[in-house]
Design a protein around this ligand. Structure first.
Ligand SMILES: NC(=O)C1=CN([C@@H]2O[C@H](COP(=O)(O)OP(=O)(O)OC[C@H]3O[C@@H](n4cnc5c(N)ncnc54)[C@H](O)[C@@H]3O)[C@@H](O)[C@H]2O)C=CC1
Length: 384
């Protein structure tokens, strides 16, 4: 869910390779499902040993490959953004068991699928552009994984030490990682359960780093959500889950003392709570206003915790916002308060809330560089 932004070094005129790569992407976008299915079919027929690295059901995986390709194509000339993104991707692939020797196999099948589905658009020049791009992409990912290997494990095992069902479908889980887990409040990770091997889902940390090393997650069981249902309804203390590395840039900037405006929708309140703990621990007094939105008052499952924090800290204001008669209230309600133009804004919740929240904040004068949230594309793909 790390937000990929346009860097300052983006060039105005695209390079010849960027033009060719984007032309391929435009051609395949309307038939993206077929292209990715064909890619995986080629990969698993030619390299059956790689099948075990992927989840049994491939639907989310297909979207992820395409999302990664689109991101790479979009930023192909924007070296610093692209390298950051690919390094993150390379490090994240360690938990899947990806090895350097797997990359050429993937590249060959990717080009095979593109050749087949781009028809007359494909030519030698385009193939050469893809080979160059893929060689660079894979090298950056391989190098990032190798550097990461020197100081971090590919994953962490974490034992569930407490499991509390706060509503019929929201659970608060606390886990103890098997080795120190360094992260920053506001970040998130990927979680795999023992019941659905190789299916990873994103969850934000619901607390700032603690002296006892424990981590907390808020999980809503969503219909047909395998991992979320297992975590909410099946997991018990003593069960062991697997965690990927921490990631995400929705963190507090401690170089300023500007006030914070936080919008948390549903379980999106989890990283907001972590941010509040971070501000409290930092000791610098800065005003924080939290709008905590939910469909019903029962869904405000963490309100008591937030109100207790508010009692302890005079700099904190928490406002619960419940939808009325099925009509969404959360982002719109900020217009009744403010002004917000000097605030750092943090948004966390469903993709629709983040999109309309960004619009509402821009409309009341918060500049875009002061609005932070995780990537909406990844939230949609995550499916929680
Ligand atoms: N870092 C992040 O951004 C995190 C995001 N999430 C996401 O938050 C969501 C939480 O799901 P639930 O608890 O079921 O939330 P929900 O669907 O019950 O909605 C929570 C709040 O968001 C508002 N909302 C929902 N859709 C909206 C839209 N289209 N426009 C404006 N407001 C909207 C609702 O009115 C409600 O106040 C999940 O999609 C999860 O992926 C969860 C944790 C962290």
């Amino acid at each position: 869910m790390c937000e990929v932004r346009h860097g300052m070094d983006a060039v105005a005129t695209p390079s010849p390779d960027a033009v060719l790569i984007r032309r391929t992407m435009t051609t395949i976008l309307p038939i993206a499902d077929e292209v990715t299915s064909h890619f995986y079919a080629l990969l698993f027929v030619r390299h059956p040993e790689l099948r075990a690295l992927f989840p049994p059901a491939m639907n989310t995986q297909r979207d992820r490959l395409l999302a990664a390709l689109l991101t790479a194509a979009e930023h192909i000339d924007d070296t610093s953004v692209l390298v950051d993104y690919l390094q993150h991707l390379g490090r994240g692939h360690r938990k899947y068991g990806t090895r350097p020797e797997h990359y050429p196999a993937v590249g060959e099948c990717l080009i095979g699928a593109l050749t087949r589905y781009t028809g007359s658009v494909w030519n030698d020049e385009m193939e050469a552009a893809w080979v160059r791009a893929y060689t660079t992409i894979s090298q950056v990912m391989i190098d990032a994984a190798a550097t990461d290997e020197e100081h971090a494990p590919p994953w962490w095992m974490a034992e569930i030490v407490s499991h509390e069902l706060r509503t019929p479908d929201v659970a608060v889980l606390t886990v103890r990682p098997d080795q120190p887990y360094p992260f920053v409040a506001g970040q998130y990770t990927m979680v795999e359960t023992p019941w659905w091997p190789r299916i990873w889902r994103h969850y934000s940390f619901a607390s700032a780093p603690r002296a006892d090393g424990l981590l907390t997650f808020h999980v809503r069981a969503i219909p047909a959500g395998w991992v979320s249902n297992a975590l909410a309804h099946r997991a018990r203390p003593g069960d062991v889950i697997r965690l990927g590395p921490p990631t995400g840039s929705m963190t507090v900037d401690h170089t300023t003392d500007s006030a914070l405006l936080c919008l948390g929708g549903g379980t999106g309140i989890a990283p907001i709570k972590a941010l509040l703990e971070d501000v409290a621990e930092h000791g610098v007094r800065r005003l924080v206003e939290v709008f905590y939105g939910a469909r019903t008052s029962v869904d405000l499952y963490d309100l008591e915790t937030l109100l207790r924090m508010q009692q302890r800290h005079s700099w904190l204001d928490v406002r619960p916002v419940v939808d009325r008669y099925g009509s969404v209230q959360l982002p719109g309600v900020i217009r009744e308060y403010g002004p917000w133009n000097e605030h750092e804004a943090y948004l966390s919740g469903p993709p629709g809330m983040i999109r309309s929240g960004v619009d509402a904040l821009l409309a009341v004068g918060v500049p875009s560089e002061r609005i932070r949230h995780d990537s909406v594309e990844e939230l949609v793909a995550a499916g929680y």
